[in-house]
Design a protein around this ligand. Structure first.
Ligand SMILES: [Zn+2]
Length: 493
């Protein structure tokens, strides 16, 4: 008996020591990524140390997504004109915004491309990465470059990388199958990775292929010009041929789709109905969807190429993507955005779940679709159909722009995306809406109570972090503080 007791005591003691040992051996749980998108002008306007003080104190930010390459003032520059300036920063709009590379383009990385002249002239010779990274690092704040697929017609040689539309005209957008564009992007990412002490990179493209652009829009209630859809350049045609796609049939299909879209928008109900005749076109020209798949695959191949390049140089860098809002509206784009597949070349995904602006965008989306494929039903019914297939419970058509989407939308989308990457290493960091300028000042605006709920939804949906969006220079401090309040309530910071 005594021996038995001793033995049990001994085993218990061993077990206890082993448990204590393993607890000690485990690294401390990493804090979640609390990221914020920010442009260079905010550091210049307000001072690097002061901006970091505000971000850390108010919102527990530990990661900067610094707008480093873009020609768009959505993520760079100050507040957009026509929208109220927030309660910090220079109280004036930025009339001299140009865009480009806010770091320093090092010439050796751009030898295989005609796109060599991209230095942003906005702040002279300033290199925003050189300026911000050391200061952030001292505070334990990480820096990611945030680059987007937004170009300007002013870039030298841009016409050589632009997409071509259905009639061979140059588009404003650039082609992922164009070697000069591809090599530029690879050079840019290599330049960032080798030239700076970064913690990660994010890149994003907010676009559809030709089919999506012909039939629907997230940004334009009246849809897009179906003759301007892309891309039909020689590189894309060549790639299509290697896939066995009949290029002439594809072009004919898109011209027929153009005719169909124009007739629908003209208010002429096809005798067999809008929805049925769209499907008739798809059956007759399967090349329409093959061309769309080609376009989306080309974006995903770009993700993969950037991922392999950066991880090959610095495996510890975190590489991921801003996935644009269309995944929340368009069943077609959601179908094309297979998260299991994308997870193979993503450390993280910033899934856009902007709830406030989402109301306006949902209203815009369903309005544009109601003029094409959903023309057979009342618009309120089309919206309910949309909610059912996308799994939302949100407000009616008339109210939406004035209410936005709810925190429940953020919860549902986060859960879906987390489920989508299940079994992979990829983390979901929802991109949340803090004061993204709405289309009309009368439409819904962000407020602290809702932002607190949205922040909680991102973590209750099992997100592993979040990215406060769209840029610090449009955010009100009270709304930024609401993110921090929720994070402290959740005890995740
Ligand atoms: Zn092309």
């Amino acid at each position: 008996m005594g021996n038995e007791l001793d033995r049990r005591t001994f085993l218990t003691a061993i077990g206890g020591a082993a448990a204590a040992g393993s607890a000690l051996a485990q690294p401390a749980a990493k804090p979640p990524v609390i990221g914020i998108q920010i442009g260079s002008i905010s550091f210049l306007d307000e001072g690097t140390e002061k901006v970091l003080d505000i971000l850390q104190e108010k919102a527990a930010v530990n990661t900067l997504f610094l707008a480093t390459f873009t020609y768009g003032n959505g993520i760079a520059s100050r507040q957009l004109k026509g929208h109220p300036l927030p309660d910090h920063g220079v109280q004036a709009y930025d009339d001299s915004f140009h865009g480009g590379n806010y770091a320093t383009p090092h010439a050796q990385y751009y030898k295989n491309t005609v796109i060599t002249d991209t230095k942003a002239p906005d702040h002279g010779n300033l290199d925003i990465l050189e300026k911000v990274i050391p200061v952030a690092k001292k505070r334990g704040v990480k820096t990611y470059t945030w680059s987007e697929d937004v170009w300007s017609a002013s870039v030298k040689n841009i016409e050589k990388i632009q997409e071509r539309d259905l009639y061979g005209r140059n588009a404003r957008t650039v082609c992922f199958n164009n070697p000069d564009h591809h090599n530029f992007l690879m050079g840019l990412m290599e330049d960032f990775t080798r030239s700076y002490d970064l913690d990660g990179i994010m890149w994003g493209s907010e676009r559809y292929g030709a089919f999506g652009n012909a039939v629907e829009s997230v940004h334009n209630r009246n849809g897009n010009d179906p003759s301007r859809v892309t891309c039909f350049c020689d590189f894309c045609k060549q790639k299509a041929k290697t896939r066995g796609i009949n290029v002439e049939r594809a072009l004919e299909g898109f011209r027929n789709l153009e005719t169909w879209v124009r007739a629908c928008r003209g208010g002429t109900r096809p005798p067999d109905g809008y929805y049925v005749t769209l499907w008739r076109l798809l059956f007759k020209y399967p090349e329409l969807l093959a061309w769309e798949t080609l376009w989306n695959d080309s974006v995903h191949e770009t993700y993969e190429a950037i991922y392999k390049l950066v991880k090959g140089i610095k495996p510890e860098m975190q590489v991921g993507w801003h996935v644009w809002h269309a995944h929340s509206f368009s069943p077609f784009f959601r179908a094309q955005t297979d998260l299991q597949e994308i997870s193979k070349y993503s450390d993280y995904l910033k899934m856009t779940v902007y709830n406030n602006l989402g109301g306006t965008r949902m209203e815009t989306y369903i309005t544009s679709n109601h003029q094409t494929m959903y023309g057979d039903m009342p618009i309120a019914d089309a919206l309910q159909f949309e909610y059912r297939i996308m799994n939302y419970r949100e407000r009616g058509y008339e109210e939406l722009p004035y209410t936005g989407l709810s925190p429940d939308y953020v919860l549902r989308e986060t859960k879906r995306c987390v489920e989508g990457v299940k079994g992979t290493k990829t983390q979901i960091w929802p991109g949340i809406d803090v004061d993204i300028s709405n289309m009309n000042v009368e439409y819904s605006q962000c407020s602290p109570p809702v932002i607190r709920e949205v922040t909680k939804a991102a973590f209750n949906g099992a997100g592993k972090g979040l990215v406060i969006s769209r840029k610090y220079s449009e955010m009100k401090l009270a709304n930024l503080a609401a993110v921090g309040d929720a994070l402290r309530e959740l005890k995740v910071v």
